[in-house]
Ligand binder design. Structure first.
Ligand SMILES: [Zn+2]
Length: 457
């Protein structure tokens, strides 16, 4: 069977992602972003359990998923079970070629027509760096297109697979990242439910506490310092807000945070928020050139003074998800813009209490993206497409019919109802936020995705 007979209909080709959280509810959408040997980082209780497997690519044919010609590789066999509960596939052009690159997953690696898309491919297909993921699921709660039933419960996996699809260059860095953290009983048996109200999924309690290492890197320029004192204490309010969000019963992830400062004058202001390039001053450049200060067993967070491309952007994640444990890729981290959080203070001063609280919410939100969470509903509202909302069932959505001012965007005040289809504004992963407004809701299924990330142990 030829590849182009796969019954996949890629209808949404948005060449921009929506992973930038903005300060103001302004009606302006987020219109931008969002080892050569197999190694294991397996420290059980002292660190993440992750297997890294680089893959060599060979093109075995061509097809046209969106009108452009793509090469594709053979199908790589994979398994997903309670001892391997999360898979990520990372791919990036090493020669900076432009053009799309993405994986397609297969329910049965021996059946070419069993291919299905995840939200990431349904959302964007033109980027030269891409990470996709598939979580263990007791049921079919992780929405795909077409919807598939992944019978991976217990220790036996379906014969899953994936292939790489690339538009231009064969010079690819392709890596399979697997979590090898054995699941707890309640994680094995977790089954989600549908969102029937804005409170659905919020009362879940996980039986065990997990840990996420966080490596905060203050990007500094000594002649114009970012912050008066660059240590954990000076960011205490923000870090406590983030810890509080992730300590909720529906998440129960303890943050193990370290803070350090590094002189990087070429990155104290970012003027290009894309990850398509890696030149000085670009976000892709910041992530790609800082592997010497990143930590593979942590979520790497870069605190930067500001950005010049849009103004007011609070933070950006390198990917949804970002590639867990991989350093030196154009997606390797999240960035938070400190000066975008100021309402009462001047640049270089310590942030005021409320400003730090917002910083804590931004840290929570962008960490959510990097660990695999999408906006509960994207800026243009839920109209029934896989690309309109997250792939989870228990998160509330905000249907396009709630666009009261008819401006085409679902703003915070339009998504504060009590039902399952008119809310989401108080969720950590709502697409926009505001000073003084708390967005700490995290559902059981969102907690489940966070806990399954390879970085969490
Ligand atoms: Zn976002």
């Amino acid at each position: 069977m030829r590849k182009n007979q796969i019954p996949i209909f890629i209808t949404i080709l948005i060449f921009s992602t929506f992973c930038v959280k903005k300060k103001a509810v302004s009606g302006v959408p987020d219109n931008i972003l969002s080892l050569l040997i197999a190694t294991s980082i397996n420290n059980l209780n002292s660190g993440p359990c992750v297997t890294i497997e680089p893959r060599q690519l060979t093109s075995i044919g061509n097809w046209m998923p969106n009108g452009n010609v793509y090469g594709y590789s053979e199908i790589v066999p994979i398994s997903l079970n309670i001892k391997r509960p999360m898979l990520q596939v990372f791919s990036e052009y090493t020669d900076f070629s432009f053009g799309g690159i993405f994986p397609i997953w297969y329910l049965d690696r021996n059946q070419l027509n069993s291919g299905f898309l995840n939200k990431d491919v349904a959302t964007y297909i033109g980027y030269n760096t891409h990470t996709s993921m598939l979580p263990y699921a007791k049921d079919t709660s992780y929405a795909t297109d077409p919807a598939v039933s992944i019978m991976n419960t217990g220790e036996i996996s379906q014969p899953l697979g994936f292939d790489f699809n690339f538009e231009n260059s064969p010079y690819l860095n392709t890596t399979l990242i697997s979590s090898c953290r054995g699941l707890e009983n309640d994680e094995v048996n977790f089954q989600t439910s549908d969102a029937i109200s804005s409170q659905s999924g919020l009362n879940h309690f996980w039986s065990s506490e997990k840990t996420l290492n966080v490596n905060i890197i203050v990007v500094n320029r000594s002649i114009d310092p970012l912050y008066p004192i660059e240590n954990e204490q000076a960011l205490n309010v923000a870090l406590n807000k983030w810890k509080e969000n992730f300590a909720q019963p529906s998440v129960r992830i303890n943050l193990n945070i370290t803070v350090s400062s590094h002189e990087m004058p070429e990155y104290d202001m970012i003027f290009d928020l894309s990850t398509e390039n890696a030149f000085p001053g670009s976000l892709g450049g910041l992530f790609q050139t800082t592997s010497y200060i990143g930590k593979p067993n942590a979520l790497n967070v870069f605190l930067v003074k500001g950005e010049l491309q849009y103004g007011g952007v609070l933070g950006v994640s390198g990917g949804i998800p970002g590639p867990a444990t991989l350093l030196g890729t154009r997606q390797s981290g999240i960035v938070i813009f400190v000066d975008s959080h100021r309402l009462y203070t001047n640049s270089n001063e310590e942030l005021a209490f409320e400003e730090q609280q917002l910083l804590g919410e931004t840290l929570s939100h962008e960490a959510g993206h990097f660990l695999g969470l999408w906006h509960v509903t994207e800026a243009t509202g839920d109209n029934g497409m896989i690309s309109d909302k997250d792939p989870l069932r228990d998160t509330p959505t905000c249907h396009i019919s709630n666009d009261l001012n008819l401006n085409g965007y679902l703003e915070l005040f339009e998504c504060l109802g009590g039902g399952g289809t008119n809310s989401g504004g108080t969720n950590m992963m709502f697409w926009s936020g505001s000073v003084g407004f708390t967005q700490g809701d995290i559902t059981a299924e969102q907690g489940w995705i966070l806990r399954l990330n390879p970085l969490v142990y």
